[in-house]
Design a protein around this ligand. Structure first.
Ligand SMILES: [Zn+2]
Length: 322
């Protein structure tokens, strides 16, 4: 899917109207909605060393995905061994479509230097050439830029161009300024904005960037202001997600093991706020957008989960450990 077709909302939803709708939305009574009950695609999953070498072996994590109704996931890990473990026949047998991404980090020190480190580019090329048991890598990331200007680092630029040339999806944890810089390197790249601005950039700015870059999508884990203390979708996000459901994805961001322990609860939280959206919009954000992005088939009937299931099923609404 090299390009996205223009969508009608872009002609009918200028920023001023979005603001007006948001204003109106704040005055609307919140209906008591049922949680979204369909399939989920987790677009931001890590399976790092400390998870699979520690308490979360492959059987554990696949059981969690199954119990949460997650039927597909982007997998990436530091280093890439975890992804190669996850992207195999056991996940397929569990009814989970694994979409492998190449992580740019061999170890934590690479977070700070990958964007100017030639050896990272070489490692990415080698990973792409090797692939996984589930097939070729489909994307690059998640990578982080803690300073926007590092988006102009030579390896950041070349990796964006590589992604564009090979039709790879990029998962980037960056700020709004770095989105502009990255897209300037390779304007047709399909870029998923991890957390859609973890610093809480204004929702109007999110809307502006989505309008400007048709291949940009937002992943919503940890997004400040998405929900209120009650776990319900905030009025302004309800307006934006209802207007542009084709531009967003959900994710767990299992960056540390406590996120794995809370996995089912995190997905229950997503189901809760997805339930505040019109059903078609919820389904797009929960599954259909990822299915389109990665050309996934409709999920098959759910295989029977392991019978020793759910010893740690956490209460819905449990707070995220940070
Ligand atoms: Zn992450």
């Amino acid at each position: 899917m090299p390009t996205r077709t223009p969508t009608p909302w872009r002609t009918v939803l200028p920023a001023a109207l979005l603001s007006l709708l948001t204003l109106l939305g704040t005055g609307l009574p919140v209906r008591a909605a049922e949680p979204y009950a369909g399939p989920l695609f987790d677009a931001h999953l890590h399976y790092n060393d400390e998870a699979w070498m520690g308490p979360h072996d492959l059987t554990d994590v696949l059981g969690r995905l199954q119990r949460a109704g997650v039927r597909g996931a982007v997998a990436n890990s530091r280093p890439n061994d975890g992804t190669r473990t996850l992207a195999g026949p056991q996940a397929a047998a569990a009814g989970v479509a694994v979409v492998p991404f190449v992580r740019l980090y061999r170890h934590r020190a690479d977070y700070q230097n990958w964007f100017r480190d030639e050896s990272i580019y070489t490692m990415v090329e080698q990973e792409l050439a090797t692939g996984t048991r589930s097939g070729p890598y489909r994307g690059l990331g998640e990578f982080h830029l803690y300073e926007s200007d590092n988006a102009n680092g030579p390896i950041a630029r070349r990796l964006m161009q590589l992604a564009e040339a090979r039709n790879l999806v990029v998962l980037a944890h960056v700020d709004d300024r770095a989105i502009e810089l990255l897209m300037a390197h390779a304007p047709r790249t399909r870029l998923v904005w991890a957390h859609t601005g973890i610093g809480g950039v204004a929702i109007e700015r999110v809307h502006t960037l989505l309008e400007r870059f048709p291949t940009l999508m937002g992943e919503l884990s940890y997004r400040p202001g998405l929900t209120g203390g009650d776990g319900r979708l905030s009025p302004e996000w309800r307006v934006l997600l209802t207007a542009q459901p084709e531009r967003f994805l959900i994710g767990s961001d299992t960056w540390i093991n406590p996120r794995w322990s809370a996995y089912e609860a995190l997905m229950a939280e997503a189901r809760q706020w997805l339930g505040d959206l019109p059903p078609q919009a919820a389904r797009r954000i929960a599954w259909d957008n990822a299915a389109g992005l990665f050309a996934l088939p409709q999920p098959s009937p759910v295989p029977t989960p392991p019978s020793a299931a759910a010893p740690e099923q956490a209460a819905p609404g449990a707070r995220h450990p940070r």
